[in-house]
Ligand binder design. Structure first.
Ligand code: G4P
Length: 549
């Protein structure tokens, strides 16, 4: 049994990711959350980890990005919420007394650039909830839509932050409709803006029945004015009769149109509370954070093939969701990022590497606090730890106190771009094979081998990944590769209960068949038409667009 203190450690953890379409303000919001947490004192300390659009083929930028995203890929800090009443009560939604709990927040950083979307998708398997940032002027964008699909699949609780209210944006009611329709989730505003752009005056906090007036400040946390009643005549004096009346009208409309906030629906991933603000001006961020720590889930159970694993179990379990190879090329160092699913992890204790059936112990596990990495003696369910690795781990690997468990749900997405990879230096075939194999284990891209001629095909979600692979093969493995174009539409993992039909299909489509890295059959359709025909002709064959089914 975990001790009461250890259970408290787990309960106070909030592990989440901030996701957005590039440029919506994810980096800015992350930084402001750290600012409120006291983890940093002046904004500007966290570097943007995105690759500028103008520099997509500039490797220096990619290198920089890798370095920075490693340093900041997990940011932990403690946060004690203000001892404020919420709708008249001192107890928060989880039934905990406010002012007592110091929450431990783990923010997982996700690369914004779409060519690294796979990395982001995998990171989403390690979080218990998500904050989506949306640009008020642009509304829901492509990348947000794709990321939300993953959240919906996993029923991840989602909060929405509508950012950049200091700029002229869309109407807030229209934005709510857009979020609801485009992201397929019910919404409930918990704060409400008074105008936007140059006329932006503040945010009424529906969750706490208070009003914060806008005082732009880009670097420090500002105190804002508070009112406990939206009908307070002083509000009209401050924002003007017209805006005060509009606010009252909007709030009435919200109460009429939207159901009251349901914590259960939020936890079930069916309802997203929505906040408005401006991350750059540190406005509306505190409301978001205060509400977040109160309603966001503590570590959730995780499904393994064998059974459901509860965070409060006394035995340690965890899975690897990310590997960073060759962080320092001189030392060939690798870090495997593990999400702890249950119990307590301890330094220098033997754990079972389930895939290898080996006992392993770790003398220098690291955890990540705001901007530094430090060795830890223990870590709890909900935490992310980094384990120095010399090639023992692959994404999806499990560590346990002895049980054979295999965690589910690490998605492998259907690549969208394909190229043949050829050896450009015949003397370095071995190096090339090793490099390709390691980079694929790291999850940089997916490898397919044609069943007809044995040629290797690399599938990615974006052009940038090919550049990254080529560069890393050269600099980390001393191997040279060449890309050859390949006309390809989709890779589909196929299965069927009808063995005869499956055999027939594989024979007929021999020129389209490949193996994935685990030796499974993949149908490589070169056009939408070919895929459509195959689906029509072979009714008993299931075509999966991810390797996870
Ligand atoms: P990302 O991580 O989601 O890609 O976005 P990031 O935070 O880097 O923000 C993208 C741009 O939007 C940045 O400007 C940032 O300053 C700006 N921004 C973020 N929040 C707000 C806001 O509330 N209001 C306004 N008006 N702008 C906001 P940039 O010019 O691309 O970068 P920088 O030179 O300012 O760093």
């Amino acid at each position: 049994m975990l001790s009461t203190n250890e259970q408290q450690e787990i309960l106070r953890r909030r592990t989440f990711a901030i996701i957005s379409h590039p440029d919506a303000g994810k980096t800015t919001l992350t930084e402001k959350l750290l600012l409120y947490g006291g983890a940093i004192h002046v904004a500007g300390a966290v570097k943007s980890n995105k690759i500028r659009k103008t520099a997509t083929s500039d490797w220096m930028e990619i290198e920089k990005q890798r370095g920075i995203s490693v340093a900041t890929s997990v940011m932990g800090f403690d946060y004690k919420p203000a001892n404020q009443t919420i709708n008249g009560s001192l107890t928060d939604i989880n039934g905990e007394q406010q002012g007592e709990t110091v929450y431990h927040i783990n923010i997982l950083d996700t690369p914004g650039h779409q060519d690294f979307a796979e990395d982001t998708f995998r990171t989403l398997t390690a979080v218990d909830s998500v904050i989506i940032v949306i640009d008020a002027a642009k509304g829901v964008e492509t990348q947000t839509r794709r990321l939300m699909q993953v959240c919906r699949m996993r029923k991840t609780p989602v909060m929405v932050f509508i950012n950049k209210m200091d700029r002229e944006g869309k109407d807030p009611f229209d934005l709510l409709d857009e979020v609801e329709q485009e992201l397929g989730i019910h919404v409930r505003p918990l704060s409400w803006p008074i105008n936007s752009g140059p006329r932006f005056k503040g945010v009424y906090n529906i969750f706490q029945s208070t009003l914060d007036l806008y005082q732009p400040d880009k670097t420090h946390v500002t105190e804002s004015l508070r009112f406990d009643d939206v009908n307070d005549p002083q509000i009209a004096e401050l924002v003007g009769e017209q805006d005060a009346a509009k606010l009252q009208e909007d709030l009435e409309m919200i109460e009429g149109v939207y159901n009251p906030f349901s914590h259960a629906d939020y936890l079930a991933g069916e309802l997203a509370p929505v906040f408005f603000g401006s991350a750059l001006n540190t406005f509306g961020v505190k409301e978001l954070l205060e509400c977040f720590v109160r309603i966001a889930p503590s570590p959730l159970p995780v499904d393994a093939v064998e059974r459901k694993v509860e965070p409060m179990e006394d035995k340690f379990t965890g899975f690897c969701f990310k590997i960073h190879a060759n962080m320092d090329p001189n030392h060939r160092s690798c870090i495997a990022f593990f999400k702890i699913c249950s119990g307590k992890f301890e330094r220098n204790t033997y754990y079972k590497h389930v895939r290898k059936g080996q006992q392993m112990r770790f003398s220098s596990p690291t955890c990540f606090m705001a901007q530094r990495k430090e060795t830890v003696d223990e870590a709890f369910a909900g935490d992310i730890i980094g384990l120095p690795d010399t090639g023992n781990f692959k994404i999806g690997d499990t560590l346990t106190a002895g049980e054979d468990l295999h965690f589910k749900g690490l998605p492998s997405f259907s690549p969208e771009m394909f190229k043949y990879i050829e050896n450009a230096d015949p003397m370095k075939q071995k190096q090339l094979d090793k490099g390709v194999s390691q980079l694929m284990d790291e999850g940089v891209a997916q490898l397919f081998v044609s069943q007809m001629n044995g040629r290797k095909i690399i599938g990615t979600v974006g052009q940038l990944q090919f550049e990254v692979i080529q560069y890393r093969l050269e600099h980390e493995y001393n191997a040279k590769c060449r890309w050859e174009p390949l006309q390809m539409y989709k890779a589909c993992w196929i299965e069927s209960d009808d063995a005869a039909e499956l055999e027939m299909f594989k024979k007929r489509k021999a020129q389209y068949m490949a193996f994935d890295k685990d030796g499974r059959d993949v149908f490589m359709a070169d056009s939408a038409y070919v895929l459509q025909m195959a689906q029509n002709d072979y009714k008993h064959i299931k075509f999966h667009f991810t390797s996870e089914f």
